[in-house]
Design a protein around this ligand. Structure first.
Ligand SMILES: Cc1cc2nc3c(=O)[nH]c(=O)nc-3n(C[C@H](O)[C@H](O)[C@H](O)COP(=O)(O)OP(=O)(O)OC[C@H]3O[C@@H](n4cnc5c(N)ncnc54)[C@H](O)[C@@H]3O)c2cc1C
Length: 293
């Protein structure tokens, strides 16, 4: 029996889970995720934000899936480090988990480059259900919402916020051709974002590169995704610009570590079910070598 740890509980990590439990082999499976609930479809978050879908409609399985399949789901937990020599995953609360096989499906995050003020409490990345829930709540209390990041994602968010009868200031380029001047929405593409101004969780303005400040009381950042793999620093797992390098069978440069989904180097991102089955076959076929580890 092998100890398998999966980092990530989104489409890719969940596909590995599902493929593992389809033909149970008695492996001990642990899933570590920064999210608070079962796996969900991230691409439907726009519809959820718009109020067209409920939270329940996003989920890929119900809460019981993990218990029924004897999967140890560690929610709201963050992997800080991987010790590939001792075969341990170290969590933020210093919990150390042993593994025989590690599957990394840690996906992406929204990048805000080096804009001063980007880590203020009132700046939200539109990526996780947890954050979108908070955004939904705060938009209701806001007067003017600042939207920054990748143009198409900004456009989608702007349309939803406008439907909630709020004013929007967008700093992004290039402005999509399909975006017309609309009352209550100002799109700035001529100047860059120089700073997000505010104190604590109170956001006051978006300062532009021409010195002008646009008053906003909430900032939503969207798009511009980058791989989430900082926790692999000094682990020996090979990355390229943050993307994990894998071969055609989703194997990293370390024998018992696999990776799948968006955290992998672009050229080899495969369909989630294919990647999952490939990894599971490798793990099951590698049972003997795992006992030697
Ligand atoms: C609103 C929105 C719409 C999108 N629409 C599309 C679309 O239409 N088509 C498309 O192809 N893509 C879309 N994307 C991109 C989307 O993120 C990916 O397609 C998909 O979610 C990637 O799946 P993944 O499983 O590889 O990674 P992710 O979905 O990013 O999941 C990563 C998982 O790893 C966990 N994790 C990461 N780091 C750690 C850590 N250190 N410790 C513990 N857990 C960790 C996270 O909690 C999460 O569970 C969209 C993204 C967003 C935000």
């Amino acid at each position: 029996m092998a100890k398998i740890i999966i980092i990530g509980n989104s489409p890719s990590g969940f596909s590995v889970c599902r493929a593992l439990v389809k033909n149970p082999t008695g492996h001990e499976i642990t899933v570590v995720s920064r999210e608070s609930g079962p796996a969900y479809k991230r691409d439907l978050l726009f519809e959820y934000f718009a109020g067209k879908l409920t939270e329940k409609e996003l989920f890929l399985c119900n809460d019981d899936f993990y218990k029924q399949n004897k999967i140890n789901l560690l929610k709201d937990r963050e992997v800080l480090r991987v010790d590939t020599k001792k075969q341990k995953v170290i969590l933020k609360d210093n919990l150390k988990l042993d593994y025989n096989f590690l599957v990394i499906a840690s996906g992406e995050e929204v990048s805000l480059s080096d804009v001063p003020g980007k880590n203020k409490e009132g700046v939200f990345r539109f990526y996780s259900l947890k954050d979108v829930k908070k955004i939904k709540q705060l938009v209701g209390l806001s007067q003017v919402v600042g939207v920054i990041g990748e143009a198409l994602a900004c456009q989608k968010i702007t349309e939803i916020v406008l439907a909630k009868k709020k004013e929007v200031k967008i700093v992004s380029k290039p402005r999509p051709e399909a975006f017309f001047d609309i009352e209550h929405a100002e799109w700035i593409e001529k100047f860059d974002l120089a700073e997000i101004i505010g104190e604590g969780n109170e956001i006051k303005a978006l300062k532009l590169s021409n010195g002008k400040a646009l008053g906003v009381d909430l900032v939503i950042a969207a798009g511009n995704y980058i791989p989430y793999s900082d926790f692999l620093k000094n682990s020996g797992v090979q990355t390229d610009n943050g993307y994990i390098v894998v071969d055609s069978l989703m194997r990293t440069n370390i024998e018992n570590i696999f990776a799948c989904g968006r955290v992998c180097k672009q050229g080899v991102v495969r369909e989630a079910n294919w990647s999952a089955q490939t990894i599971v076959n490798a793990i099951n076929n590698g049972e003997l070598s795992c006992q030697r580890l």
